[in-house]
Write a protein that binds this ligand. Structure first.
Ligand SMILES: Cc1cc2nc3c(=O)[nH]c(=O)nc-3n(C[C@H](O)[C@H](O)[C@H](O)COP(=O)(O)OP(=O)(O)OC[C@H]3O[C@@H](n4cnc5c(N)ncnc54)[C@H](O)[C@@H]3O)c2cc1C
Length: 649
């Protein structure tokens, strides 16, 4: 539910022109009907589950200005246990949301993995050490960040609170019915609080982020989890250790031929997490109920011997059995009901993927739902959610299967090899999508590192307006908009090209122009929801002309040869996204952005890169010169691309 005192900002609107009370004009608030027992309310999207996936989804939707109801059957966030490893791609996503700082300040960073082994003949010894994310993957943050799942949930809960939205706790989703013909065609039933009072919610879209036993999935036609479980049971212990084991601040895989494996993960607050294998076929093979905390500790001590291992404190103890499953459907036929996160896929926790992948399911879905709620999406757009995220879930299960097998047999070479082969995927940046309406193959051979369906590699540029060195892939905040990057060597020579595109994109004679008008009208009625701290960063700087597109110009010409006044009006207004490609020495690979992303541009060439709101490359093309004719061809090319999944009215 939203408080009426929240402030808002919309594309092209100045903060002082925003009326903070206009929210009530747009959304119908909860209304009591039939007394207290039956209180229908209306939302654009109902999100079931306030774990990492549900909160990532809800927070993005709320930021975009969508009215969201967030239900969770728990009284509070995750307090102990469960996920703790944040992968590089998730750090990048949190940076794009301007939410990374609190966790970067508090988390522990893992840069390496050590392998230890004991056999019947040899005592425990280190067999190798590897860099966790070797330079073969191009990462701005080449480490795993260890922070507790509850801290990630708090990031989103606090951000929602600052925007006047809170999770409806102690409220369990029961089922939904289709109500065709209504403006909110789904009727959701839930039970709330100790008295289990039934409530009904009318909504346009429903998303189940309600975990591995998802009730939403059970209600979704033809969706069932398919896969299998392993026999092995694992114990997990979070606590402060007293030990003389030397690698306690690295990620360590310890294998004992006699007693099984331990995975050691350093954590925030001086904690260490141990995953301890409870082999079903060893001398202590026992029923699950006998795997007490004390039993699991003893097993860890056996595996880690002769090193001392005692616990000063234990914060959490749990047991789990690995199950690898992917749901047969991630959405219904009409693309009104979706599932994300553990509701749609489960796997072993040891590769630290579940929470990360779940949040990226939501990251993928949020902007698509924003366009759909605003009436700006064709059905082809929402259909890409299942196409794209089911593929990632299946890729993950395939990787996880090999990873868990190598773990089970304690083969450190196979594990190291499995890591090397999959390192880009594990980091999150190697999660790539196939071709579809959003990711279109490039006609000309692209020689650089960007490819449709892939993420942008990191690159450093100078922001022209304030001379700040910035990471271009993160500099434009994620406001649900596409990014259109123009690359030119010489702004003056490319002026006819840029002029013709910018002029047509501001008029109704191009599809992009018409969708901009429709989008701006929608954002004026239903603006993004700002938090008080947005006052400082001014997100509206990045959407001065369109809520649907941020325009950006990248050039490697000398600073003194160009002024903002030389640019066509749309780019002049987009002054915060005018970049100079002049600081290769600061790049991860010491490359210029133009060289890294595009494999260079010849003297007169111009290029356009369309980047989706979730940071994936959509469509890329180059033209031999920056002429007016080529500008017209670029307008047609972009119209064809955007018209295949957006609606302009
Ligand atoms: C020991 C362990 C370690 C792990 N380590 C990692 C790691 O390091 N990195 C990583 O990425 N992943 C890790 N994972 C996996 C990770 O915890 C999950 O993948 C992640 O929590 C999934 O998030 P989610 O939001 O999809 O689901 P959940 O976190 O399960 O959240 C679902 C929410 O929905 C609520 N809910 C359920 N049913 C209903 C209902 N009917 N109505 C309303 N609300 C409902 C639940 O109460 C819960 O709050 C680990 C898991 C375990 C068990």
């Amino acid at each position: 539910m939203r408080s009426s005192s929240s402030t808002k900002s919309s594309p092209g609107l100045r903060a002082e022109s925003i009326r903070s009370d206009s929210i009530d004009i747009i959304h119908t608030d909860t209304a009591a009907v039939n007394g207290d027992e039956f209180r229908p309310s209306f939302s654009d999207v109902v999100v079931v589950g306030a774990g990492p996936s549900g909160l990532m989804l809800a927070d993005n939707l709320v930021r975009f200005g969508i009215k969201v109801g967030i239900l969770d059957n728990r009284p509070d966030r995750t307090s102990t246990g469960r996920a703790d490893g944040i992968q590089p791609k998730t750090i990048e996503t949190l940076r794009q949301m301007r939410l990374a700082d609190p966790v970067l300040r508090k988390g522990v960073r893992i840069y390496d993995i050590a392998f230890w082994r004991s056999t019947f003949k040899e005592t425990l010894h280190r067999t190798g050490r590897e860099i966790h994310y070797p330079p073969v993957v191009d990462l701005l943050d080449p480490y795993i960040l260890l922070v507790h799942q509850g801290m990630i949930e708090s990031l989103f809960v606090n951000d929602l609170k600052e925007r006047g939205v809170k999770v409806e706790r102690n409220t369990a989703f029961v089922d939904y019915e289709n109500a065709p013909g209504r403006s909110c065609p789904l009727e959701v039933t839930c039970k709330a609080n100790v008295d289990q009072a039934r409530r009904s919610l009318a909504t346009k879209y429903l998303v189940g982020c309600d975990g591995a036993h998802s009730q939403v999935r059970k209600c979704l036609p033809d969706s069932r989890p398919v896969g299998s479980s392993y026999d092995a049971i694992w114990g997990v212990l979070d606590g402060q250790l007293d030990t003389d084991f030397p690698d306690i601040w690295s990620k360590v895989i310890v294998y004992s031929e006699e007693s099984g494996s331990v995975l050691i993960i350093p954590r925030e607050r001086n904690l260490t997490r141990l995953y301890i294998e409870l082999k079903p076929d060893t001398k202590d093979g026992q029923a699950q109920e006998e795997h007490t905390k004390e039993f699991v500790m003893r097993r860890a001590q056996e595996i880690m011997g002769p090193y001392r291992l005692r616990w000063r404190t234990v914060e959490w103890f749990g047991r789990y059995q690995i199950g690898q499953r992917v749901a047969t459907r991630f959405s219904d036929e009409a693309n009104r009901v979706f599932i994300a996160g553990d509701a749609s896929h489960t796997h072993s926790p040891k590769a630290a993927q579940g929470m990360n992948t779940g949040m990226h399911d939501s990251w993928n879905l949020a902007w698509k739902l924003n366009f759909a709620v605003r009436g700006l999406a064709k059905s082809s757009l929402l259909a890409t959610y299942e196409q794209e995220r089911k593929k990632i879930a299946e890729d993950l299960i395939n990787f996880d299967y090999e990873h868990a097998n190598a773990f089970a047999v304690g083969d450190s070479e196979a594990l190291a090899q499995n890591f090397k082969t999959n390192v880009a995927f594990i980091s999150g940046v190697g999660a790539t999508y196939g071709y579809n309406v959003l990711n279109v193959p490039t006609k000309q051979l692209s020689l650089g590192n960007i490819k449709p369906g892939c993420l942008l590699p990191p690159a450093k540029v100078t922001r022209f307006i304030d001379s700040n060195p910035v990471d271009i892939q993160n500099d434009i905040p994620a406001l649900g908009q596409f990014r259109i990057y123009f690359f030119v060597h010489d702004v003056h020579e490319a002026k006819p090209f840029l002029d013709s595109i910018c002029t047509l994109h501001q008029s109704s004679s191009s599809f992009v122009g018409r969708v901009t008008s429709a989008g701006n009208a929608s954002y004026t009625l239903q603006p993004p929801l700002a938090a008080p701290h947005d006052e400082f960063v001014r997100p509206e700087r990045y959407t001065p002309t369109s809520g649907i597109f941020t325009y950006s110009l990248v050039t490697d010409m000398p600073r003194n040869d160009v002024e903002i006044a030389d640019l066509p009006p749309v780019l002049r207004d987009s002054r915060w996204t005018f970049y100079l490609d002049d600081i290769p020495k600061m790049d991860t690979r010491k490359q210029k952005c133009i060289d890294k992303w595009l494999g260079g541009l010849s003297r007169q060439e111009v290029a356009i890169v369309n980047v989706r709101p979730d940071g994936y490359v959509g469509a890329v093309r180059r033209w031999p010169q920056g002429s007016r004719e080529n500008g017209m061809s670029a307008v047609q090319w972009m119209d064809d691309y955007y018209e295949s999944f957006l609606l302009d009215a």
